[in-house]
Design a protein around this ligand. Sequence first.
Ligand code: ARG
Length: 473
Amino acid sequence: MGQAQDSGAKTKKSAKLWGGRFSETTAASVESFTESISYDRRLYRHDIMGSKAHARMLARQNLITDQERDAILQGLDDILADIEAGTFVFSPELEDVHMNIEKALTDRIGDAGAKLHTARSRNDQISLDLRLYLRDEAAELDRLLQGTQRAFVALARTYLGVVMPGYTHMQRAQPVLLSHHLLAYYEMFSRDRSRLKDCVRRMNLSPLGAAAMAGTGLPIDRESVAEELHFDGVTANSMDSSGDRDFALEFVFVLNLIQLHLSRLAEELVLWSSKEFSFVDIGDRYCTGSSIMPQKKNPDIPELIRGKTGRVTGALVSLLMTIKGLPLTYNRDLQEDKEPVFDALDTVKAGLTITAELLHNTTFHTKKLQQATRGGFMTATDLADYLVRKNIPFRKAHSIVGGVVAHCQQRGIELTDLDLDELRKFSPAIEQDIFNVLSVEGSVNSRISTGGTAQIQVERALEIAEQQLEKDS
Ligand code: ARG
């Protein structure tokens, strides 16, 4: 039975759009192995957008008639409507989104449809589609990044003035304002936004007209298509255009940095919501329980964000490896670009969305944060800086304060427990005003250098962030 079917397939002529030179139909196993329609169908809107611009250009260049152009435009609009209504049937035998749409067009409007692919190849078409798609997704990502930034800024405003320990090596280092810590994330996401913009700037060139890889002898006008599709220009070298996926790689790299930032925050939220820290409380609606331990309230959302970082990084590595060693120009390997790009994009978008929500549903335990600044000699650097202001060389001051800390540790007391006489035994330069410096608030508010944690600097940073977000909205 299987054999009979096989021999039947062998004598039947291929019905593919590219089937002219084939005397046998494609094996079913090959069709399922090579198809990309199961995932590249999400490019349909951009594929149609590109085809419409291409058709208009073909008419301007007298490569098709105005009637043919109009039939193509109408046909493509009808297909778009059917896809959006969910009534369009995508078929794997037609491989990819380009051929599914082109075949449907030709079935509907006849010969005019068969002219759409004039002076075009799927090689420049897929590069065009992906650029158009990622450009739109970059705008969406920017909106989501803004949403996350807004959540940080709102928290920084709410908790302005609250102190907490700042850490290095996960050891208490120096007291800081909670708002300063929160605004550090605002900065990370600002850089992500600017990186995204840079990436779009390089991506925003039209590859259409590179055709398969050598360009075309037909009298096309690449520039006018680029303009219609709001590109900043056209790519310079047809061979480069055909095989280039730098833009996709850069995009996935930007996604990776966003995910990394989300993951660092996630780690802090997991730590901070533990009993050991008790710095934050994540709202019940944003936590889950344990099926065995009735007392548990688990921070699954940040854990999953942290965990999903693996697949986003995997997408980058996968794409890098796909392109490594590929000879010029287009190779079918490049079809493997889409799944990692889409998966990384979906993952990061979901992560940004839920993070913003999570932050709006997180409360900080300000008392706990304040208490955690006690102990650990976090104002030791302030004492050293105080001595520097009294003209003692920093290295010497460092050593004097080291002696003070050792003394306190032996006696099990804090720097603030020492009186003036005891302090002066370590350095006669110490005077009554030392007590302004040794308090946590004094320490925080002394750090007035640009970008420092003093309240006056943090307020400034907060205002700048608020103004920026206001402008962006
Ligand atoms: N589905 C293909 C891809 O994603 C489109 C380009 C195919 N070109 C070709 N000559 N087979 O890369």
